[in-house]
Design a protein. Structure first.
Length: 141
C-alpha cells in the first residue's frame, strides 16, 4: 500500500511542478514586453516570485522526496531506466534553477533573452517530461 501512496504523491507533485515550469517562461515573455519601472513590471515580478515560492519550490522538493522514496521502495537503483530518468530529472532541476535565476535578473531589469528564445526554452520541460514518462512506464532498459 505504501508504494501506491508514494506513487500518487510523486505524480501529483510532478503535475504541479510541470505546470509551474510551463507557466514561468511564458510569464517571462509577458514581463519583458512591459516597460521597465512601470506598475505592470512590478506585478510581473510579484507573479513570478509567487509562482516560484508557492508552487515550484514545494513541488520540486516533494517530487524529489517522493521519487527517491519510491525508488527505494521498489529497489530500482540497479535499473538503467532509473539512471536515465534521474539524469533527465537533474536536467529539469537545473532548468528550474535557471528559471529562478532569470526571474531574479528580470526583477533587476536585466532582460537578456528575446521573447522568441524564451518561447523556445518553454519547450524544454515538455520534451524532458515526455522522455521521463516513457522511461518510467516502458522501462526500456
Amino acid at each position: 500500500m505504501t508504494y501506491f501512496w508514494l506513487k500518487a504523491g510523486h505524480i501529483i507533485f510532478i503535475i504541479f511542478w510541470m505546470a509551474g515550469l510551463f507557466m514561468l517562461p511564458r510569464l517571462f515573455v509577458y514581463h519583458q514586453e512591459t516597460p521597465e519601472g512601470s506598475p505592470e513590471n512590478a506585478v510581473w515580478i510579484d507573479r513570478e516570485r509567487k509562482l516560484l515560492k508557492i508552487i515550484l519550490l514545494p513541488a520540486i522538493i516533494a517530487v524529489w522526496g517522493f521519487g527517491l522514496a519510491l525508488a527505494f521502495a521498489i529497489g530500482a537503483w540497479d535499473q538503467g531506466w532509473l539512471h536515465a530518468k534521474l539524469l533527465l530529472v537533474l536536467v529539469l532541476s537545473a532548468y528550474h534553477g535557471w528559471c529562478a535565476s532569470y526571474a531574479k535578473r528580470l526583477a533587476r531589469g536585466q532582460r537578456r533573452l528575446s521573447g522568441r528564445t524564451l518561447r523556445m526554452l518553454n519547450e524544454v520541460p515538455g520534451v524532458a517530461v515526455a522522455l521521463i514518462v516513457v522511461l518510467a512506464v516502458v522501462k526500456p532498459f
